[in-house]
Write a protein that binds this ligand. Structure first.
Ligand SMILES: [Zn+2]
Length: 123
């Protein structure tokens, strides 16, 4: 894989790849992008590791047939270097069973011990 699927235009290894290898994303938005990319590359361990312990599922099954097509960040609140909470609104496109679909959510992130974790969806 060359260009990172998250849309920033960097090579995967220099972008979300380094977070998948263990670095902590410095902002909620970068964690959001890295989690999207983890769905693309099928990195379940990363998704579970970056899930807040209070909302983390015991196991995670990724849809084999869901082909992610792109991520668009629509809005963000907080989630920066000096924040402890952040919300990232995004839209992700996919094709499943030959049919296009879209996911549109506002994800909430909190910082735990200096590391951003995905908490839940807010309306
Ligand atoms: Zn990336």
């Amino acid at each position: 894989m060359n260009t990172c699927p998250c849309g920033l235009g960097e090579p995967y290894d220099d972008c979300c790849g380094k977070y998948h290898r263990g670095a902590e994303p410095p902002s909620a938005e970068l964690l959001m992008r890295a989690r999207y990319t983890a769905y693309v590359v099928g990195d379940r361990q990363f998704l579970l590791r970056t899930w807040h312990e209070t909302t983390r599922p015991r196991a995670l099954t990724l849809e084999e047939d869901q082909n992610w097509q792109g991520l668009t960040i629509l809005d963000r609140e907080g989630g920066g270097l000096f924040d402890t909470e952040g919300v990232v609104e995004f839209r992700a496109r996919y094709v499943a069973e030959g049919r296009p679909g879209r996911m549109h959510d506002r994800s909430r992130f909190v910082k735990v011990g200096g590391a951003w974790r995905y908490l839940d969806e807010v309306s």
